[in-house]
Design a protein around this ligand. Structure first.
Ligand code: NG6
Ligand code: CA
Length: 520
């Protein structure tokens, strides 16, 4: 380990060298820099991208050259997991290192929910900030804001700034939930005080605008299920709002807006030679899928495929921003997704009809919302040329819940005894030094599932077997399910009856974890 002073001087030398390169020839590859133990870290967290949605994971009908390059220069993980099969709980675990099932409120949140994470708690961001990094959250948040009922026209806090981020520029919840405005630090960006915002999830707001339900003729994108409330930019949303006209986002520009913000954050810190942690949470490829029209022909799959291409473009822009400053080699770039894929998630965007031979979940069963593997098995790519040998594929079992402890290990930060109770330090796996990650991992969808090596146990659950609107096999069954993922990655053969000993072992471990024990 090098000490902090050595690190900062190394950083400065590398950054200064980069700055010179940038002035002379912006895209020249800088001279190799030694790996610092405190690299810049950019975490690109995509939304609803399935295991099979990138070309480096076997996608058809869309190409993801920037992500493929990332994988070629880094490690591509084949058994990486979000903590849950939906967004809010996965993000909760990513930032806190705690399994989301422990907090019953950690479910898909409405757009006016209070902040889920307790301010002052150690988070993925605070460990970087405490180590002298500049930290930013840019893009989708969906972890709630404020203490109670939010007044969108006043200071909105607590939020990311109270959780270890120095700055933020947010989509407060999701693209399909009101309010359809960006929150910058503690305020709605570009809000005209003369046109205040009202938000309601209980019912239409008085004198509110048109809704998808009453005025479908005003829509440019129609809902297939739900999503029939306030119309913003020709798209009906979940929830009701009025006002804030100057602040409303344009869906087609979201990727440009947040990507430019992210690149500007990199620029600013590179210029001031300040190490940084960027949490860049894309809106792509969540619904409503309205990528910029320049991506209209980027895939043959319509908006869902084009949104994947747009996501890939964003990744390319981030990499270009790093390269411009000579920071590409000594920045650790992590790419992953918050849950598995869904094809029809509530808008008639042709995604089902234009799937052709593309398999969003790759070889896995289920998808977003599901206890089957595709619910949480997501792409994970880690690239850091100064430290990681490129072109590797790792089958280590790793969870996003483990990032906090792993980065704390990288930065040599002490994690408080109560923090990140379910996270393991899997840094050696993330850096490719070890082929092994965790031996046990809990995943959350309808109920809980436990992975132990190749074994997967899905606890009995009385929930529906299918989500009809999204056409997803949810993995719920009143009987226990046990699968051998090595022999049966598609979870077709339930071994529970044939292997009562293994079943009981899995049940016992899951109970211990549920009761609060840390089982790595
Ligand atoms: C569902 C929405 C879906 C999506 C999801 C959250 C309907 C009918 N469906 O309730 O469109 O917004 O919530 O997605 O409203 S997530 O990726 O943020 O978890
Ligand atoms: Ca999601």
């Amino acid at each position: 380990m090098i000490n902090r002073r050595t690190f900062f001087s190394q950083f400065s030398v590398a950054a200064a060298a980069g700055a010179v390169c940038a002035a002379a020839a912006p895209f020249q590859t800088p001279a190799p820099a030694a790996a610092s133990d405190r690299p810049n870290v950019v975490m690109i967290y995509a939304d609803d991208v399935g295991y099979g949605d990138l070309s480096c994971y076997g996608a058809y009908n869309v190409k993801t050259p920037n992500l493929d390059r990332l994988a070629r220069a880094g490690i591509r993980f084949t058994d990486a997991h979000s903590s849950a099969a939906t967004c809010t709980p996965s993000r909760y675990s990513l930032l806190t290192g705690e399994y989301s099932f422990r907090l019953s409120k950690a479910r898909v949140l409405p757009g006016d929910a209070p902040l889920l994470i307790e301010p002052g708690r150690q988070t993925l961001a605070s460990i970087f900030r405490d180590k002298g990094y500049r930290t930013a959250a840019i893009g989708k948040w969906h972890l709630g804001l404020g203490n109670g009922k939010i007044d969108w026209n006043a200071e909105i806090k607590p939020g990311p700034l109270e959780l270890g981020f120095d700055e933020c520029f947010l989509i407060p919840a999701t693209g399909d939930r009101v309010p359809c405005v960006y929150v910058e630090n503690h305020k709605v960006a570009a809000l005209d005080p003369a046109d205040p915002i009202t938000v309601s999830y209980e019912g239409p707001v008085e004198d509110g605008g048109l809704t998808g339900k009453a005025n479908p003729e005003k829509l440019k994108l129609h809902p297939s299920h739900g999503h029939d409330m306030t119309i913003v930019n020709g798209v009906s949303r979940i929830g009701y709002m009025k006002g804030g006209k100057s602040a409303l986002w344009v869906d087609e520009d979201i990727a440009d807006t947040i990507t430019n913000r992210a690149a500007a954050f990199i620029d600013r810190n590179a210029r001031s030679q300040q190490p940084f942690f960027l949490y860049f949470a894309t809106h792509d490829i969540h619904v409503p899928r309205l990528p910029h029209p320049r991506f209209d022909r980027a895939s043959t799959m319509g908006p869902r495929g084009n949104a994947i291409a747009e996501l890939d473009w964003s990744v390319g822009q981030i990499m270009a921003a790093l390269r411009k400053h000579g920071l590409e080699r000594n920045t650790m770039v992590v790419f992953s997704s918050d849950n598995g894929p869904v094809v029809d998630d509530g808008y008639k965007d042709d995604a089902v009809a234009k799937l052709f031979n593309h398999k969003p979940a790759g070889p896995y069963r289920g998808g977003k919302y599901s206890s089957f593997e595709a619910g949480t098995r997501v792409p994970l790519i880690v690239r850091w040329p100064a430290r990681i040998k490129g072109g590797a594929v790792s089958s280590a079992l790793v969870g996003q819940t483990d990032f906090l402890k792993s980065f704390a290990a990288l930065l040599d930060v002490k994690v408080d005894a109560k923090s990140a109770p379910d996270g393991a330090n899997i840094l050696p796996a993330l850096l490719g030094d070890s082929k092994v990650g965790r031996s046990h991992l809990v995943e959350q969808a309808g109920g809980l599932t436990l992975r132990a090596g190749k074994w997967k146990y899905i606890e009995p659950n009385k929930g529906a077997k299918m989500s009809v609107p999204t056409n997803t096999e949810l993995g719920n069954d009143p009987q226990p399910q046990l699968y051998d993922l090595a022999a049966d990655p598609g979870e077709k053969k339930n071994m529970a009856a044939a292997m009562p000993g293994k079943l009981q072992e899995m049940q016992t471990v899951l109970k211990r974890i549920r009761d609060g024990e840390f089982v790595p």
